[in-house]
Design a binder for this molecule. Structure first.
Ligand code: SF4
Length: 386
């Protein structure tokens, strides 16, 4: 049985004297696990691990959040959300700030809880913020089926679900992002399986290896990615066989397909990607909050100075953002990557020993991008003081 140090030593020996390699971990849980387990610190300097767009909160466009905040302030509407969305800054408000202004915003731990809440509160229009990748989509589909079976007229979804594969394809089409392979997401792959990555290995010549979240699993996957990148024989492999099968979870996939269909959607920083989102099928349109309340979700913009877009695409590391640790900290986040527990900036802050940095310590080159806290977004500053 090899220890993590043994596997890391094997990786180091493999890359010795070879060209530098760049691998992307797609999943936000991997980003955090790579830090927490110490795997990042075991890897050689010539092997770069970059984070990809796998944190659902981070890739949700600001238009979605603004629509949720606007809806929350309407009379008779209750917003139910997973907790990690609460503090993400919108254009002028976060959901937490909307709640402080009197909006009814509740945190739930499952889509099913949202259906139950709607049953118990027939006088309220209950809107569940349906976000996440293929991992959370089956639960949203089930919630719609349960709501319909119960004849609920006061329940709907604000759909922001995303699909991982179209985003991977978009990254591969970007010539400014040279990648040698993907550490594929463990949780998502439980649902979608491993076969779906074969086109990436075949058409783009990039290796794809699915990993679990233990140090051994992630290191084994990295070891295989390195071997395939250096040999020039990319393929799809599975280092998480206890949970992931080639065909995925048929039941979950059927559930998704029963209720949703692919649609073009906006990703923060990546723009509109074809068929990268999901919308409710026509027969379930009654449960679409965007239609019911006449909302548009697709606008996207960034707070001044925030470089979340480049962080999400793995083009820069969080410490390259001039706001990191200065104007943007976990207790006072500017962008979503600093809010979400799976966000790259939050992970870097927590695991690289970062502390809040005084603005006076910035170099002259960094200062113009910072602005003052009020200049970052006057509306946010104002709403915080309420
Ligand atoms: S440090 Fe903050 S402002 Fe900079 S990219 Fe990350 S979340 Fe955005």
């Amino acid at each position: 049985m090899r220890t993590p140090r043994d596997i890391a030593a094997s990786i180091e020996a493999a890359v010795q004297g070879k060209r530098a390699l760049s691998l992307m971990e797609i999943c936000g849980t991997h980003t955090v696990s790579l830090f927490r387990s110490g795997v990042k610190s075991l890897l050689p300097a010539s092997l770069r691990l970059v984070s990809g767009p796998g944190c659902p909160v981070c890739v949700t466009p600001v238009g979605y959040l603004d629509a949720a905040c606007e809806l929350a302030l309407r009379e008779g509407v209750s917003i139910l959300s997973y907790g990690d969305m609460m503090r993400v800054p919108g254009t002028s408000l976060s959901l937490a700030e909307s709640r402080a202004m009197g909006a009814r915003v509740e945190v739930v731990y499952s889509a099913r809880s949202a259906v139950r809440y709607a049953m118990e509160h027939p006088g309220e229009q209950v809107v569940f913020l349906a976000l996440g990748f293929e991992t959370t989509t089956p639960a949203s589909a089930l919630a719609v089926l349960e709501a319909r079976a119960a004849g609920l007229r006061n329940f709907s979804l604000l759909v922001g679900h995303k699909r991982v594969l179209p985003a991977m394809h978009a990254l591969l089409e970007d010539p400014s992002l040279p990648l040698d392979g993907f550490l594929c997401p463990g949780h998502v792959s439980v649902v979608i399986g491993t076969r779906v990555y074969e086109n990436i290995a075949r058409s783009y010549a990039k290796a794809c290896v699915v990993a679990g979240f233990e140090a051994e699993s992630m290191l084994c996957a990295i070891e295989r990615l390195v071997a395939m990148a250096l040999s020039g024989r990319p393929a799809v492999e599975n280092c998480y066989p206890v949970a992931v099968r080639p065909e995925g979870n048929r039941l979950a996939l059927e559930l998704i397909d029963r209720v949703f269909e692919p649609s073009d959607t906006t990703w923060r920083a990546l723009g509109v990607l074809p068929e990268s989102g999901l919308q409710l099928r026509t027969e379930f349109a009654d449960y679409d909050a965007a239609q019911r309340f006449g909302l548009s979700l697709e606008a996207d913009s960034h707070p001044p100075g925030c470089r979340c877009g480049e962080v999400i695409c793995g083009k820069i590391t969080p410490d390259a953002c001039p706001l990191f640790r200065v104007a943007c900290t976990p207790s006072d986040p500017v962008g979503p990557c600093m809010v979400s527990s799976e966000g790259s900036c939050a992970a870097w802050f927590k695991y690289t020993g970062a502390t809040v940095r005084e603005a006076s310590s910035l170099t002259m080159r960094e200062r113009p991008a910072l602005g003052t806290p009020a200049a970052v977004d006057p509306a946010r500053s104002e709403s915080r003081s309420r």
